[in-house]
Write a protein that binds this ligand. Structure first.
Ligand SMILES: [Mn+2]
Length: 273
């Protein structure tokens, strides 16, 4: 199947006061993608409202999710979704969940809050929990993921409520320090899945090596280790899909500095094809 890029410049899931930088980030990545294989989801200009759910800007998130599904349906392809905030993974993972891939959540954060536990009300911090079936009713998938197919990788900033959920649900987790091709391949094998979905929040990278982040977390993974690990995974497992999220450059110069790293990761994701 061909690779297709779907750019979703959603910022409404972010809790950052600089969320609009995500729009600049998505647009600068799009500029380097093959235009014939790239679609863009139109994101509403307005913030939207929470409709009494405790999830900020829920109405816009609902609309973007719907529009993203329409764009996926236009092409029978393996979709690489380009955010925007991590909330774009809701539609992207729903789209492939019927085949029960291992979902590898490569991110500094587990994004496992509920509307009740979230300190910010930002959907980015709740998206994986929502995919697992607990979240705002308007966004919970019809067929949620099961915890045994989810792997956290590079996580190093979890809140206590998220930590207890990880323990209780028995979710596999590989920290930034033990992040390696071997560790991830072992964890994927243990899920029993025969394909993988790769979620990559760029904040998994070490902020010393990647600047364009809205919420940098120290002691991350190096771009080289991440690219190598992705290559090893896609060499062994068919790719169900992938997402790259949270590019939030502060300036055009910063975007230009970071783009080679992002293109290198995209090259790794598509390296088995
Ligand atoms: Mn994150």
């Amino acid at each position: 199947m061909a690779i297709n890029y779907v750019v979703v410049p959603q910022w409404q899931g972010s809790g950052s006061s600089r969320a609009m930088r995500l729009v600049d980030g998505a647009e600068s990545i799009r500029g380097d993608l093959p235009s014939a294989a790239t679609r863009t989801v139109e994101v509403p200009l307005e913030a939207g409202d929470q409709q009494g759910t405790g999830v900020h800007r829920l109405s816009s998130l609902t609309l973007v999710r719907e529009r993203t599904h329409h764009v996926f349906a236009e092409d029978a392809a393996i979709h690489i979704t380009i955010g925007g905030d991590c909330g774009v993974e809701l539609a992207a993972i729903e789209h492939v969940s019927a085949s029960a891939p291992a979902v590898v959540w490569i991110d500094a954060h587990p994004d496992l809050h509920t509307p009740d536990s979230s300190p910010s009300g930002a959907f980015t911090g709740m998206v994986l929990r929502t995919l697992l079936g607990e979240g705002p009713a308007a966004l919970v998938p019809e067929h949620p993921l099961t915890a045994d197919r989810v792997i956290l990788a590079g996580v190093r900033s979890a809140d206590p409520e998220e930590d207890s959920y990880i323990q209780d649900a028995g979710i596999r987790s590989i920290g930034a320090i033990e992040f390696s091709p071997e560790a991830l391949l072992d964890a994927i094998a243990a899920t029993g899945a025969d394909s993988v979905y790769l979620h990559i929040d760029l904040d998994v990278l070490d902020p010393a090596e990647f600047a364009g982040l809205g919420s940098p977390v120290p002691f991350g993974v190096s771009p080289t280790a991440l690219a190598e690990t992705i290559r090893a995974v896609v060499a062994k497992y068919p790719l169900a899909g992938a997402g790259i999220t949270e590019f939030a450059p502060a300036s055009i110069a910063q975007a230009v500095d970071d783009l080679p790293t992002i293109l290198r990761l995209i090259g790794a994701i598509t390296s088995a094809r």
